[in-house]
Design a protein around this ligand. Structure first.
Ligand SMILES: *[C@@H]1O[C@H](CO)[C@@H](O)[C@H](O)[C@H]1NC(C)=O
Ligand SMILES: *[C@@H]1O[C@H](CO)[C@@H](O)[C@H](O)[C@H]1NC(C)=O
Ligand SMILES: *[C@@H]1O[C@H](CO)[C@@H](O)[C@H](O)[C@H]1NC(C)=O
Ligand SMILES: [Fe+2]
Length: 485
């Protein structure tokens, strides 16, 4: 081999190294998609529990600000029945009782069952509770585990799922998540996709409730509303918004001083979780804007180091699907996210996976023309997990050039897990559904934006602007480099 070819080889190796390691990655993995069709209603995934008027579609969510309460919800089809929950810490002995309420709604020609919501509060932390709902032979029993007390070092595992729907891919996502040991689901919007059916068929809201019960009856799902949850059909005389969603999925919004179930916050273990609504007013002086401004001031990183924001529409998205839809909210809220050093913003909507570096674009100046995202150590990482598996299929077309801010992107189904270890470290995975298998694909270690900041300042000195992958990565290597384990 001559000198020239040796040099060429060296050059190629270097180029490959630079491309693989120093720039964002668009995965070349293409999965053979299972058909994106909904599971038939008579499938066992939607099984109706036996017994007259048996409670079905059981799901729970956090019921207060700090994790000492749960809201338990279920549906009875034939008659209201009771809205009582019997519960206790010993299996099959239900010594306490809580009394809930039931509601119902119609949507065009669909009539819902009786939807029960019952708040069970005054619980102990770190305790397994058993609960029973329904009566007689049709009574059903479940359990849940309360989180550890609010503490900066309280470990906790969250799952993140978005745009789930009810196909065989959705079921695969759900089953994979249930194998991870995740303790609470952060759901980033677009639940049932019932609105894909004629008259937004409520029957598909019911089947979805039965689909997720296997997880949601045993651990809280923290709800965020998406566009498929709006159900706005003026042509059918249905002129309100989020009618089925808000009847079926309760949130503890009053506990965080919110005026709407669509935006609220909860604190759980070492995390402060803020839920926003992409489809409610959010510009300056609107209720959501006032609420978020106040809630961010209430965040206490000494107690809950991990500040996580959920929304449906991603603020950073380099997929052709829903391109730029998050720009309006980005313009309003991004500077707050940077100011308050949000750790992660999770979103859905785009049916693919994408993770950003820590960047911000808050210096827009109409005079100077300043308009590019720049590396910003105070900025959140933006993660899109709209890849739950709904019937609309994958968003396979990413922009040809991967933007500098985009660290990893792949059009496959899957879900994420975030393991908070202590006040400084968290381990994050994106798990691809590889047909039957669950394959951890994108991993990073998060260093907390509040507690780990001194350490980061020491090792990350240079501050340079885009473009230039090298400077960006040098700056963020410690924070965001993939775990090469
Ligand atoms: C639905 O609930 C309302 C009370 O909110 C009640 O008056 C009405 O009878 C219920 N509808 C049906 C069909 O039971
Ligand atoms: C915008 O840029 C112009 C020109 O560089 C500068 O004079 C002005 O102060 C900037 N405005 C803000 C709000 O930063
Ligand atoms: C936090 O967790 C990380 C990862 O498990 C560990 O390396 C580190 O030592 C822990 N820090 C403290 C203060 O416990
Ligand atoms: Fe969506």
């Amino acid at each position: 081999m001559g000198l020239c070819s040796s040099l060429l080889l060296l050059y190629l190796v270097l180029v490959c190294f630079v491309n693989d390691v120093l720039s964002g990655r668009t995965s070349s993995f293409t999965r053979s998609e299972w058909p994106s069709t909904d599971i038939p209603l008579d499938n066992e995934a939607f099984v109706v529990p036996e017994g007259y008027n048996a409670p079905q579609q059981v799901h729970i969510t956090q019921g207060d600000y700090d994790g000492k309460a749960v809201l338990i919800s279920w549906v009875t089809e034939s008659e209201p029945g009771t809205s009582e929950v019997w519960y206790g810490t010993v299996g099959h002995e239900f010594e306490h009782k809580a009394e809930g309420k039931n509601t119902n709604y119609t949507f065009y020609n669909y009539k819902s069952g009786y939807i029960h919501h019952c708040l069970v509060d005054g619980l102990e932390y770190n305790t397994k509770y058993y609960y029973r709902i329904g009566t007689g032979a049709a009574a059903r029993e479940f359990w849940f585990q309360t989180p550890p007390e609010i503490d900066p070092d309280a470990p906790y595992i969250f799952g993140i799922i978005g745009d789930l729907g009810q196909t065989f891919n959705s079921l695969s996502t759900l089953k994979h998540y249930m194998q991870t040991g995740g303790q609470t689901v952060l759901f980033v919007g677009d639940l049932s996709y019932a609105d894909r059916y004629e008259y937004n068929d409520g029957v598909r809201w019911d089947s979805w409730g039965r689909l997720i019960e296997k997880s949601a009856a045993y651990q809280p799902w923290i709800w965020t509303a998406g566009n498929h949850d709006i159900d706005f059909r003026p042509d059918l005389g249905e002129v309100s918004t989020f009618k089925p969603y808000m009847h079926r999925f309760a949130t503890p919004y009053v506990a965080s001083k919110s005026s709407s179930p669509l935006w609220y916050a909860v604190r759980r273990a070492s995390a402060h979780i803020i839920v926003l609504s992409s489809y409610s007013p959010f510009v300056k002086y609107t209720p959501q804007w006032y609420w978020l401004r106040g809630e961010l001031k209430r965040v206490n990183r000494e107690k809950t180091p991990w500040l996580i924001v959920l929304m449906h529409v991603p603020l950073y998205n380099s997929n052709e699907a829903h391109y730029m839809e998050g720009e309006a909210m980005r313009a309003v809220f991004e500077s707050w996210f940077v100011h308050y050093k949000v750790d992660i913003v999770f979103a859905g909507h785009v049916h693919a996976y994408e993770r950003s570096y820590r960047v911000s674009n808050i210096n827009y100046n109409i005079t100077s023309g300043n308009r590019y995202p720049v590396p910003d150590k105070s900025a959140p990482v933006y993660i899109t997990v709209g890849d739950g598996g709904n019937q609309e299929g994958l968003a396979a077309r990413f922009s040809k050039l991967q933007p500098d801010y985009s660290a990893y992107r792949e059009a496959s189904y899957g879900h994420s897990t975030l393991e908070l270890k202590n006040r400084t470290h968290a381990l994050y995975h994106w798990n691809r559904n590889d047909d039957g298998k669950h394959v951890p694909t994108d991993h990073i270690i998060f260093h907390n934006q509040y507690w780990a900041s001194n350490r980061r300042r020491r090792s990350l000195k240079k501050h340079r602007k885009f473009p230039g992958h090298a400077s960006l990565i040098a700056k963020y290597e410690e924070e965001l480099f993939p775990v090469l384990a």
